[in-house]
Design a binder for this molecule. Sequence first.
Ligand code: PMP
Length: 413
Amino acid sequence: MTALTDLTLDVAAVRADFPILDREVHGKPLIYLDNAATSQTPSAVIESLSDYYRRYNANIHRGLHTLADEATAAYEGARTKIQAHLNATSAREIVMTRGTTEAINLVANSWGRANLAAGDEVIVSLMEHHSNIVPWQLLERTLGIVIRVIPVDERGVLDLEAYRGMLNERTRLVCVNHVSNALGTVNPVAEIIREAHAADARVLIDGAQAVPHQSVDVQSLDADFYVFSGHKVYGPLGIGALYAKASILESMPPWQGGGEMISRVSFDRGTEFAGIPHRFEAGTPAVAEAIGLGAALDWVNAIGIERLAAWEQWLLGHATERLERIDGLRIIGTAPEKASVASFVVDGAHAQDIGLLIDQLGVAIRTGHHCAQPVLAHFGLDATCRASFAVYNTPEEIDAFADALEHVLGMLR
Ligand code: PMP
């Protein structure tokens, strides 16, 4: 085991914040290692949701009564917390969405339809989640844009030489994830953004797997669009955000019409849209969930994202060491910079069987294509097992997981 030095995380105290970690699965203590799919929820977030419905549930923005005022203030307060967390210059640059997927679809349908035409090029990487591929493929069908794909090497590292070679005067947008959910690779997004800007292209960063594991500063990155989901960063399901530079958001047309996104509606004098960010938030939003996401970011900040990241890096190192000792096991994704994900396959045992059997021992890992079929195909695979770590995981859990895996492999091989 690697020496544990200078990590002052009190993991027992962290775990005490998560009621679900006390439960058993098939009579065994739950070992939850599916955090890249969704993280568990601390009491502070659960209580913020409960408190909202118990004390001040109301529709926001239009109400003149006290509850509506309180709900509006808390919802807009959550927007400010997201702004601070990403170091955006203004809360006007934060659009609430259902999550990463909806945020990318918003950019594709609003910015994309206004700025892209047949023959324009959008660069994505081979290691994108389907949510950062399919919205662009839809525009390929409707607008005739051209999608170019940054290749990946055998470690799961982007080929930046190839990327540079792809940038040209037709390139309008570059879409890459900050951290790959299938491989764990941390991509050099600052460099990718710099190069795209030099070619006069905009950049969208999918931060779904980065925001939970490291600090993100959209100003120093100079990202044009940055998106993430609340449920992967200890927040509720159904809420996330799009960050976009104010100047870009100002220029974007609405993508959904309805209440909340207008300043006036008239059949005679035309309809006027609200300013940013509300122009992109048609209909009643997920108020409680937004407030819950704000509470989740507060919770993360109370621990400190650097401390959280250091703990997770240590867990990842320990897990990698343990897994590499297992005969016939191959780690998929061996980039020098990785975050919190150990994807692997084992000779003579299918991922699906491993997942089902290890669940019987109380261990939750994910098996399958992780919504990243193109990059798995690159490795000649249709599925991997993926253990992914959060700040409440412990080295003892990783040891128990590795023992359980060896036990399961003994049954399968
Ligand atoms: N991008 C990445 C890198 C992801 O890991 C995920 C979730 N697995 C998504 C996008 C999609 O997020 P959501 O389903 O919350 O919209």
